[in-house]
Ligand binder design. Structure first.
Ligand SMILES: NC(=O)c1ccc[n+]([C@@H]2O[C@H](COP(=O)([O-])OP(=O)(O)OC[C@H]3O[C@@H](n4cnc5c(N)ncnc54)[C@H](O)[C@@H]3O)[C@@H](O)[C@H]2O)c1
Length: 432
């Protein structure tokens, strides 16, 4: 099939590349000329394991193209996926849908034959209805179908998640388009992915409800970790003890920093705003948002306690600054709150991240990027294990920093407290 992905970011690029690998002809469009120029030269704009190889393979065999020409790309395609951003509004906590609506207007000008238009972006309930209204201003109803097909891939595991999803959700208000979509996804369905066909509004809500539920699970275990710290219990035991109950499940039950990333923070806020619009109070999700927003402050307070209220001039090393491992995405990472705060208090911060220097910290006083774990840990007073990269799982701290005064704040509970303590270091974890 001929597909057009509008927006070549994490979702548009990964799904476009994977669809081309499944044998479709895919054009990935973006308004960012530099991004498209780079992609045409084989330079991938994001860090995502396996993406480069798959992109180059399909670009070479001409199943995958990159363009900034939205009009022609739409005209040549049967199915249009909208994959642009839906960030939080600047002065409000609702979703900013301006990119979605501007793309919808562009699409309405280029419909030359029947097209299926799909929102893969995460959009609030009734957005599909609004897109339909925009299209109807220029195009007859029988020339298009608007469908919701939310994406559930996780950064860092995006290709695997796309090819082996738990489920594929199609929200269509007409049967014909749902069948076309089922055919498009048939190679994944035959590998075991569950196919859920529902109406458009339900598909839109499934995505938000999923993210809100996962954010709730993380926040729940983070609060239980706070209690564990006060009662001398290791939260890891609690995670195992409750996670083995099949009704609960063990995933998303690892205590750590505040949840971040490009989805949970914005999607939890957007769903409560949508619910408020429909006069429904999602009080559980509201408290999750509040608890999570306080979490970085709580962890900063702990850093202050570890350093005995003397942050000024202390050498602090951050290992990992992205919101999770295997991605270069900094959006809403808790390090964006912690590092500026500690720098303001006079700490001397070195950070190392496998995905390199981050422009977000460029202007901060006494914050510098180290290009190795060794260099960042070498003279530190405190090492903060912020992100759970495999590279950080077997560091020989004794070799890198023999000072007995080194303190380790393991925000991912990677290390065994007993082992680290037996090497003579002070160890602090989360909820233990
Ligand atoms: N990142 C994830 O892990 C993830 C997972 C599931 C769902 N989503 C959802 O998918 C959507 C996209 O997220 P993302 O992380 O890929 O965003 P992103 O910011 O990485 O990419 C969006 C791209 O759209 C482009 N764009 C914006 N307006 C355009 C226009 N008019 N024409 C052409 N291109 C345009 C931007 O230049 C950018 O490259 C969001 O709604 C997000 O919530 C994201």
């Amino acid at each position: 099939m001929k597909l057009c992905m509008i927006g070549t970011g994490y979702v548009g690029l990964v799904s476009g590349v994977c669809f081309s690998d499944l044998g479709n002809d895919v054009i990935c469009v973006d308004k960012d000329q530099d991004k498209i120029n780079n992609l045409q030269k084989g330079i991938i704009p994001i860090y995502e394991p396996g993406l480069q190889e798959l992109t180059l393979k399909n670009f070479k065999n001409k199943k995958l193209k990159f363009s900034t020409d939205l009009k022609n790309s739409i005209k040549k395609s049967d199915i249009i996926f909208i994959c642009v951003g839906t960030p939080t509004k600047k002065n409000d906590i609702g979703a900013d849908l301006s990119q979605i609506y501007s793309v919808s207007k562009e699409i309405s000008k280029s419909i030359n034959r029947f097209k299926i238009i799909i929102t893969k972006s995460t959009v609030p309930v009734t957005t599909g209805d609004e897109i339909e209204k925009i299209l109807l201003k220029k195009v007859k109803k029988n020339k298009f179908s608007v469908i919701s097909n939310p994406e559930f891939l996780r950064e860092g595991e995006a290709i695997r998640d796309f090819i082996y999803p738990d489920r594929i959700v199609i929200g269509a208000n007409d049967n014909k388009s749902a069948i076309i979509l089922k055919n498009l996804y048939s190679p994944l369905i035959s590998k075991g992915a569950k196919f859920i066909s529902t109406n458009r509004r339900a598909a839109e809500l499934i995505k938000y409800a999923s993210n809100a539920f996962l954010a709730t699970k993380i926040t729940f275990i983070n609060e239980i970790a706070n209690l564990c710290e006060k009662t001398g219990i290791d939260v890891e035991d609690i995670s195992i003890g409750i996670g083995l109950d099949k009704r609960i499940g063990s995933r998303f039950l690892r205590a750590g920093p505040a949840y971040g990333g490009s989805c949970f923070p914005k999607d939890t806020k957007a769903i409560v705003t949508t619910a408020d619009k429909f006069k429904t109070n999602l009080s559980v999700i509201k408290s999750v948002i509040k608890s999570n927003s306080l979490r970085s402050k709580l962890l900063i307070k702990k850093v202050n306690e570890i350093l005995k209220n003397k942050i000024k001039n202390k050498k602090i090393c951050f290992l990992g600054v992205t919101f999770k491992a295997n991605t270069d995405d900094m959006r809403d990472s808790s390090s964006l709150e912690m590092i500026p705060f500690l720098s303001k208090k006079g700490a001397k911060i070195k950070y190392y991240d496998p995905t390199g220097l981050k422009k977000e910290f460029n202007k901060l006083k006494n914050v510098s990027f180290s290009n190795s774990i060794q260099d960042s840990v070498k003279n530190a007073d405190l090492v903060i294990l912020h992100t759970e990269w495999n590279d950080f799982k077997s560091i020989n701290f004794k070799k890198l920093n023999p000072s007995k005064n080194l303190k380790i704040y393991d925000m991912r509970n990677i290390y065994s407290p007993l082992k680290v303590k037996s090497q003579g270091f002070k160890y602090f974890g989360i909820g233990r």
